[in-house]
Design a protein around this ligand. Structure first.
Ligand code: ZN
Length: 286
Protein backbone atom coordinates (compact mmCIF):
# COMPACT_ATOMS: atom_id res chain seq x y z
CA UNK A 1 0.00 0.00 0.00
CA UNK A 2 1.50 3.31 -0.97
CA UNK A 3 1.29 6.35 1.32
CA UNK A 4 -0.87 8.21 -1.19
CA UNK A 5 -3.54 5.48 -1.10
CA UNK A 6 -3.38 5.32 2.69
CA UNK A 7 -3.76 9.08 3.03
CA UNK A 8 -6.70 9.23 0.65
CA UNK A 9 -8.40 6.28 2.32
CA UNK A 10 -8.06 7.96 5.72
CA UNK A 11 -9.75 11.04 4.28
CA UNK A 12 -12.58 9.01 2.67
CA UNK A 13 -15.82 10.30 4.22
CA UNK A 14 -17.96 7.41 2.93
CA UNK A 15 -16.11 4.78 4.93
CA UNK A 16 -15.91 4.82 8.73
CA UNK A 17 -12.29 5.34 9.82
CA UNK A 18 -12.44 2.22 11.91
CA UNK A 19 -13.45 0.20 8.85
CA UNK A 20 -10.79 1.88 6.69
CA UNK A 21 -8.01 1.08 9.13
CA UNK A 22 -9.02 -2.28 10.62
CA UNK A 23 -10.81 -3.85 7.69
CA UNK A 24 -9.11 -2.40 4.62
CA UNK A 25 -5.59 -1.32 5.61
CA UNK A 26 -4.67 -4.20 7.90
CA UNK A 27 -5.76 -6.78 5.32
CA UNK A 28 -4.07 -4.88 2.52
CA UNK A 29 -0.82 -4.75 4.50
CA UNK A 30 -1.00 -8.52 4.95
CA UNK A 31 -1.39 -8.23 8.73
CA UNK A 32 -4.86 -9.78 8.81
CA UNK A 33 -5.91 -12.62 6.52
CA UNK A 34 -9.45 -11.38 6.39
CA UNK A 35 -11.85 -8.77 7.78
CA UNK A 36 -15.61 -8.69 8.24
CA UNK A 37 -17.85 -5.65 7.71
CA UNK A 38 -21.56 -5.97 8.41
CA UNK A 39 -23.72 -3.92 6.07
CA UNK A 40 -25.61 -1.68 6.18
CA UNK A 41 -24.87 -1.39 9.96
CA UNK A 42 -21.20 -0.45 9.55
CA UNK A 43 -21.69 1.96 6.65
CA UNK A 44 -21.80 5.66 7.64
CA UNK A 45 -25.44 5.97 6.50
CA UNK A 46 -26.26 2.45 7.62
CA UNK A 47 -28.82 3.41 10.24
CA UNK A 48 -30.81 5.54 7.79
CA UNK A 49 -30.71 2.77 5.19
CA UNK A 50 -31.98 0.19 7.67
CA UNK A 51 -34.76 2.53 8.76
CA UNK A 52 -35.75 3.23 5.14
CA UNK A 53 -36.08 -0.48 4.39
CA UNK A 54 -38.00 -1.16 7.63
CA UNK A 55 -40.44 1.66 6.89
CA UNK A 56 -41.07 0.31 3.42
CA UNK A 57 -42.05 -3.12 4.77
CA UNK A 58 -43.93 -2.03 7.87
CA UNK A 59 -47.43 -2.33 6.34
CA UNK A 60 -46.66 -5.81 4.99
CA UNK A 61 -45.21 -6.92 8.33
CA UNK A 62 -48.35 -5.73 10.10
CA UNK A 63 -50.59 -7.57 7.65
CA UNK A 64 -48.45 -10.67 8.17
CA UNK A 65 -49.24 -10.73 11.89
CA UNK A 66 -52.94 -10.86 11.12
CA UNK A 67 -52.69 -13.89 8.81
CA UNK A 68 -53.95 -17.04 10.53
CA UNK A 69 -53.67 -19.58 7.74
CA UNK A 70 -50.21 -21.25 7.80
CA UNK A 71 -49.94 -21.67 4.04
CA UNK A 72 -50.86 -18.05 3.42
CA UNK A 73 -48.43 -16.99 6.06
CA UNK A 74 -45.51 -18.86 4.51
CA UNK A 75 -46.36 -17.40 1.11
CA UNK A 76 -46.51 -13.88 2.55
CA UNK A 77 -43.14 -14.36 4.31
CA UNK A 78 -41.61 -15.50 1.04
CA UNK A 79 -42.88 -12.38 -0.71
CA UNK A 80 -41.58 -10.09 2.01
CA UNK A 81 -38.15 -11.73 1.88
CA UNK A 82 -38.02 -11.32 -1.88
CA UNK A 83 -39.06 -7.69 -1.62
CA UNK A 84 -36.47 -7.06 1.10
CA UNK A 85 -33.72 -8.60 -0.99
CA UNK A 86 -34.46 -6.24 -3.86
CA UNK A 87 -34.78 -3.28 -1.47
CA UNK A 88 -31.33 -4.20 -0.13
CA UNK A 89 -29.94 -4.17 -3.64
CA UNK A 90 -31.47 -0.81 -4.38
CA UNK A 91 -30.97 1.02 -1.06
CA UNK A 92 -27.74 -0.51 0.27
CA UNK A 93 -25.83 -1.77 -2.75
CA UNK A 94 -26.89 1.26 -4.73
CA UNK A 95 -25.61 3.67 -2.06
CA UNK A 96 -22.47 5.82 -2.37
CA UNK A 97 -21.23 4.26 0.92
CA UNK A 98 -21.35 0.74 -0.46
CA UNK A 99 -19.80 1.80 -3.74
CA UNK A 100 -16.97 3.52 -1.89
CA UNK A 101 -16.23 0.34 0.07
CA UNK A 102 -16.28 -1.77 -3.08
CA UNK A 103 -14.12 0.60 -5.09
CA UNK A 104 -11.54 0.95 -2.30
CA UNK A 105 -11.33 -2.81 -1.96
CA UNK A 106 -10.64 -3.01 -5.68
CA UNK A 107 -8.12 -0.19 -5.61
CA UNK A 108 -6.17 -1.97 -2.85
CA UNK A 109 -6.28 -5.29 -4.68
CA UNK A 110 -8.51 -6.92 -2.06
CA UNK A 111 -11.01 -9.59 -2.95
CA UNK A 112 -14.59 -9.47 -1.71
CA UNK A 113 -16.83 -12.29 -0.50
CA UNK A 114 -20.32 -11.04 0.35
CA UNK A 115 -22.52 -13.31 2.44
CA UNK A 116 -26.24 -12.85 3.10
CA UNK A 117 -27.08 -13.32 6.78
CA UNK A 118 -30.67 -12.13 6.33
CA UNK A 119 -32.23 -10.46 3.27
CA UNK A 120 -31.39 -7.04 4.72
CA UNK A 121 -28.12 -7.89 6.49
CA UNK A 122 -25.00 -8.94 4.64
CA UNK A 123 -21.40 -9.49 5.66
CA UNK A 124 -18.58 -8.27 3.47
CA UNK A 125 -15.38 -10.27 3.88
CA UNK A 126 -12.22 -8.71 2.47
CA UNK A 127 -9.28 -11.02 1.88
CA UNK A 128 -6.29 -11.60 -0.40
CA UNK A 129 -5.58 -15.31 -0.70
CA UNK A 130 -7.58 -17.99 -2.42
CA UNK A 131 -7.20 -20.31 0.58
CA UNK A 132 -8.95 -17.73 2.74
CA UNK A 133 -11.91 -17.74 0.38
CA UNK A 134 -12.10 -21.54 0.55
CA UNK A 135 -12.23 -21.49 4.34
CA UNK A 136 -14.81 -18.68 4.28
CA UNK A 137 -16.99 -20.67 1.93
CA UNK A 138 -16.76 -23.75 4.13
CA UNK A 139 -17.74 -21.67 7.16
CA UNK A 140 -20.68 -20.10 5.32
CA UNK A 141 -21.89 -23.54 4.29
CA UNK A 142 -21.61 -24.83 7.85
CA UNK A 143 -23.47 -21.82 9.18
CA UNK A 144 -26.30 -22.70 6.82
CA UNK A 145 -26.40 -26.22 8.23
CA UNK A 146 -26.34 -24.91 11.80
CA UNK A 147 -29.30 -22.68 10.98
CA UNK A 148 -31.34 -25.59 9.63
CA UNK A 149 -30.41 -27.58 12.72
CA UNK A 150 -31.47 -24.72 15.04
CA UNK A 151 -34.88 -24.50 13.38
CA UNK A 152 -35.37 -28.27 13.52
CA UNK A 153 -34.19 -28.74 17.08
CA UNK A 154 -34.18 -25.44 18.96
CA UNK A 155 -32.49 -25.25 22.34
CA UNK A 156 -34.96 -23.43 24.67
CA UNK A 157 -32.17 -21.86 26.78
CA UNK A 158 -30.69 -20.11 23.72
CA UNK A 159 -33.68 -17.94 22.83
CA UNK A 160 -34.18 -16.12 19.52
CA UNK A 161 -30.47 -15.52 18.95
CA UNK A 162 -29.93 -19.14 17.89
CA UNK A 163 -32.00 -18.64 14.74
CA UNK A 164 -30.30 -15.43 13.61
CA UNK A 165 -26.77 -16.37 14.71
CA UNK A 166 -26.66 -20.15 15.25
CA UNK A 167 -22.87 -20.15 14.79
CA UNK A 168 -22.48 -18.12 17.99
CA UNK A 169 -23.27 -21.32 19.90
CA UNK A 170 -20.83 -23.51 18.02
CA UNK A 171 -17.31 -23.55 19.49
CA UNK A 172 -15.45 -25.09 16.52
CA UNK A 173 -17.06 -22.60 14.11
CA UNK A 174 -16.18 -19.62 16.30
CA UNK A 175 -12.59 -20.83 16.64
CA UNK A 176 -12.09 -21.13 12.90
CA UNK A 177 -13.64 -17.75 12.12
CA UNK A 178 -11.65 -16.06 14.92
CA UNK A 179 -8.40 -17.36 13.49
CA UNK A 180 -9.35 -16.17 10.04
CA UNK A 181 -10.01 -12.69 11.42
CA UNK A 182 -6.53 -12.61 12.96
CA UNK A 183 -7.38 -13.01 16.63
CA UNK A 184 -4.90 -14.80 18.96
CA UNK A 185 -5.71 -18.44 19.77
CA UNK A 186 -5.98 -17.93 23.54
CA UNK A 187 -8.59 -15.16 23.07
CA UNK A 188 -10.56 -17.12 20.47
CA UNK A 189 -10.56 -20.19 22.73
CA UNK A 190 -11.82 -18.21 25.69
CA UNK A 191 -14.55 -16.56 23.60
CA UNK A 192 -15.66 -19.89 22.14
CA UNK A 193 -15.72 -21.73 25.46
CA UNK A 194 -17.65 -18.84 27.09
CA UNK A 195 -20.25 -18.95 24.33
CA UNK A 196 -20.52 -22.74 24.59
CA UNK A 197 -21.13 -22.49 28.31
CA UNK A 198 -23.68 -19.72 27.91
CA UNK A 199 -21.44 -17.13 29.59
CA UNK A 200 -22.13 -13.59 28.38
CA UNK A 201 -18.83 -12.57 26.78
CA UNK A 202 -19.60 -8.85 26.79
CA UNK A 203 -20.35 -8.93 30.52
CA UNK A 204 -17.26 -11.01 31.19
CA UNK A 205 -14.98 -8.63 29.28
CA UNK A 206 -16.46 -5.53 30.93
CA UNK A 207 -16.15 -7.11 34.40
CA UNK A 208 -12.51 -8.02 33.76
CA UNK A 209 -11.82 -4.36 33.01
CA UNK A 210 -13.67 -3.23 36.10
CA UNK A 211 -11.65 -5.56 38.30
CA UNK A 212 -8.31 -4.79 36.68
CA UNK A 213 -5.74 -3.04 38.84
CA UNK A 214 -4.29 -0.13 36.90
CA UNK A 215 -4.88 0.99 33.34
CA UNK A 216 -5.13 -1.57 30.51
CA UNK A 217 -3.00 -1.19 27.38
CA UNK A 218 -5.34 -0.28 24.48
CA UNK A 219 -3.20 -2.37 22.08
CA UNK A 220 -4.82 -5.45 23.64
CA UNK A 221 -8.11 -4.26 22.08
CA UNK A 222 -6.65 -4.68 18.61
CA UNK A 223 -9.92 -4.67 16.64
CA UNK A 224 -13.56 -3.68 17.16
CA UNK A 225 -15.80 -6.54 18.27
CA UNK A 226 -12.70 -8.43 19.44
CA UNK A 227 -12.66 -9.58 23.06
CA UNK A 228 -9.23 -10.48 24.52
CA UNK A 229 -9.09 -13.44 26.90
CA UNK A 230 -7.92 -11.00 29.58
CA UNK A 231 -7.20 -7.24 29.52
CA UNK A 232 -3.53 -8.17 30.03
CA UNK A 233 -3.27 -10.81 27.28
CA UNK A 234 0.32 -10.61 26.01
CA UNK A 235 -0.48 -12.13 22.62
CA UNK A 236 -3.27 -9.66 21.87
CA UNK A 237 -1.14 -6.76 23.06
CA UNK A 238 1.82 -7.84 20.91
CA UNK A 239 -0.44 -8.14 17.87
CA UNK A 240 -1.96 -4.70 18.46
CA UNK A 241 1.53 -3.25 18.82
CA UNK A 242 2.60 -4.91 15.58
CA UNK A 243 -0.42 -3.47 13.75
CA UNK A 244 0.31 -0.05 15.23
CA UNK A 245 3.97 -0.03 14.24
CA UNK A 246 3.37 -1.36 10.72
CA UNK A 247 0.66 1.22 10.09
CA UNK A 248 2.89 4.02 11.43
CA UNK A 249 5.69 2.81 9.16
CA UNK A 250 3.37 2.91 6.16
CA UNK A 251 2.04 6.36 7.05
CA UNK A 252 2.37 8.14 10.42
CA UNK A 253 -1.24 9.40 10.24
CA UNK A 254 -2.47 5.82 9.80
CA UNK A 255 -0.65 4.85 12.99
CA UNK A 256 -2.23 7.80 14.80
CA UNK A 257 -5.68 6.83 13.51
CA UNK A 258 -5.16 3.27 14.76
CA UNK A 259 -4.14 4.53 18.18
CA UNK A 260 -7.39 6.49 18.46
CA UNK A 261 -9.40 3.48 17.25
CA UNK A 262 -7.99 1.02 19.78
CA UNK A 263 -8.76 3.49 22.56
CA UNK A 264 -12.35 3.56 21.32
CA UNK A 265 -12.35 -0.24 21.16
CA UNK A 266 -11.27 -0.41 24.79
CA UNK A 267 -13.98 2.06 25.83
CA UNK A 268 -16.59 0.13 23.84
CA UNK A 269 -15.72 -3.10 25.64
CA UNK A 270 -15.99 -1.25 28.95
CA UNK A 271 -19.46 -0.04 27.96
CA UNK A 272 -20.61 -3.05 25.91
CA UNK A 273 -23.20 -4.42 28.37
CA UNK A 274 -24.81 -0.96 28.54
CA UNK A 275 -24.73 -0.60 24.74
CA UNK A 276 -26.49 -3.95 24.32
CA UNK A 277 -29.02 -3.00 27.00
CA UNK A 278 -29.80 0.25 25.20
CA UNK A 279 -30.10 -1.57 21.89
CA UNK A 280 -32.45 -4.20 23.30
CA UNK A 281 -34.71 -1.66 24.95
CA UNK A 282 -34.78 0.32 21.69
CA UNK A 283 -35.84 -2.65 19.54
CA UNK A 284 -38.31 -3.81 22.16
CA UNK A 285 -39.77 -0.32 22.33
CA UNK A 286 -40.01 -0.05 18.54
ZN1 ZN B 1 -5.48 -13.99 24.70
Amino acid sequence: MNPKDLGELLAEPRIARRVSVENLMLVSLGLRMCSQTTIPAELPSGEAMGAAIDARFKPQMERLRAIQDQKMKIKAIGEIRKGMASAFEEVVEGSPDYKALASWAKRLGLKVNQVEVRPTVHEVYLYRERDTLKELQRLTQERGKLRVEAVKRPEPSRGQLQFAYPEEFNGPWIRRMGRLLGYPDCCVDRYASDREQGINVEERAATQLKELQGEPDPHTYLASYFFPCTPTCEKAKARGELYHSKLSEALPEAGEAYEAIIRENLERVRRQPEIIGEYLSRIRGA
